[in-house]
Design a protein around this ligand. Structure first.
Ligand SMILES: *Cc1c(COP(=O)(O)O)cnc(C)c1O
Length: 390
């Protein structure tokens, strides 16, 4: 992948496929399952990979290549591969890199399905995971064993919006020769670039802020070229590829990522400041509020605070449910990172099957509400939250 030197916003727009004879302005959609060969020699050379070219869209397709190139530019990565969903990216990355009996050290608060992967599926291959508490990074090294191969985390975390020091993780990974993988979904490469802090691989659910408009699913893993090669070979043979249409959509979405994320963050900070001063709210967590326990770390590694605000409605589970019932403008949805503001109450929905004790382990208190702040006028978002708080 050729590295270009324009600024982030420019590359987000100008990284694109070579133009065809039609001199189209925007990249066309290559809705084709396969590609043809000129002759027997072309076919032979393509299959032995002497020639870099598209063969079959399960392997590569011009649209997925364009999307991956953009993400590589943004993350400062050598190489990457695009997947149908964020979970396909996460599963394929682990499946490609781990052998049975390997060990993972992971932050305890990770995306729900990632947690299920660690607790239910990877143990089928004797791959075990030890969790650390993101608010106690001094405990991480104690989790490492001679079998540990991967160190894994998200920052900011979901839904508690805790921040973990990426430089610290980078140093631990280096010292113990571990592969550091960061799920950078909540920050996007516009706000934070984990590779600069020592991550070997960065994973995204492109479904969230990358598309940012609630239209398509997608995922991507980028980073070290040798590791990506393993992931690519696994994916090429097992079939989790991103569709050309979704890749085309996502490449267009990335063109507006910087302006969208700027506004998301501006709105989120105002929402957080409003909630912090409300009498029915016991606490608010947002990385760029001075009251956030890891405010200094957030300032050091993030350009802005992201679009997720979490807060506690006074009165526990019932108060949380009542708040959701009173919401008028915002959407009740399990998604996040959309133009539309989304409000969720994890204790009564996504995490209702956990005991209160288990929920507390991942910082989900009974009245915790997660807001994915959207792009509506911030005064309208705040007015809705205000009337719902009563
Ligand atoms: C949504 C999400 C995922 C999973 O992505 P899908 O595209 O839904 O498969 C992984 N990690 C984080 C942090 C997410 O928010």
């Amino acid at each position: 992948m050729n590295k270009k030197s324009n600024r982030f916003e420019t590359e987000a727009i100008r990284t694109q496929l070579e133009r065809t004879e039609f001199l189209e302005h925007t990249s066309p959609l290559y809705l084709t399952s396969s590609f043809i060969f000129e002759d027997a020699e072309d076919m032979r050379a393509s299959f032995t990979e002497e020639k870099e070219r598209n063969i079959y869209s399960r392997f590569t397709n011009p649209n997925t290549t364009e999307f991956v190139e953009k993400v590589c530019q943004m993350e400062g990565a050598e190489s990457g591969y695009a997947f149908a969903t964020g979970m396909a990216a996460i599963f394929s990355t682990f499946a490609a890199l781990l052998e049975s009996d390997d060990h993972i050290v992971s932050a305890r608060s990770v995306f729900g399905s990632t947690h299920t992967l660690f607790t239910k599926y990877l143990p089928k291959w004797q791959i075990e995971t030890t969790y650390f508490d993101v608010t106690k990074p001094e405990t991480i090294e104690g989790c490492i064993t001679p079998k540990t191969k991967i160190l894994y985390a998200e920052s900011p975390t979901n839904p508690a919006v805790d921040i973990i020091d990426l430089d610290l993780l980078g140093n631990i990974a280096k010292k113990h020769n571990l592969i550091l993988i960061i799920d950078n979904c909540f920050a996007t490469p516009y706000l934070q670039q984990p590779i600069k802090h020592g991550a070997h691989l960065v994973i995204h659910s492109a479904t969230k802020l990358m598309d940012g408009q609630g239209r398509v699913l997608g995922g991507v893993t980028v980073g070290n070229a040798d590791l990506i090669r393993e992931i690519y070979l696994f994916a090429r043979n097992t079939g989790p590829a991103l569709s050309p249409f979704n890749a085309w959509t996502l490449s267009k979405s990335l063109e507006t990522l910087p302006v969208r994320v700027d506004r998301h963050c501006e709105n989120a900070l105002k929402v957080a400041e409003f909630l912090e001063n409300h009498s029915k709210v016991s606490w608010v967590k947002y990385p760029f509020l001075k009251s956030h326990p890891q405010y200094e770390v957030a300032k050091k590694q993030m350009k802005q605070g992201g679009n997720i605000v979490s807060f506690e409605v006074k009165g526990g589970i019932e108060a949380g449910r009542q708040f959701l019932d009173a919401i008028k403008l915002c959407s009740l949805s399990a998604n996040l990172g959309d133009t539309r503001t989304i409000v969720t109450h994890p204790a009564s929905t996504t995490h209702s099957k956990l005991s209160e004790e288990d929920r507390l382990e991942v910082s989900i208190t009974d009245g915790l509400v997660r807001v994915s702040v959207g792009l509506e006028h911030v005064d309208d978002i705040i007015a809705d939250l205000e009337q719902a708080l009563g």
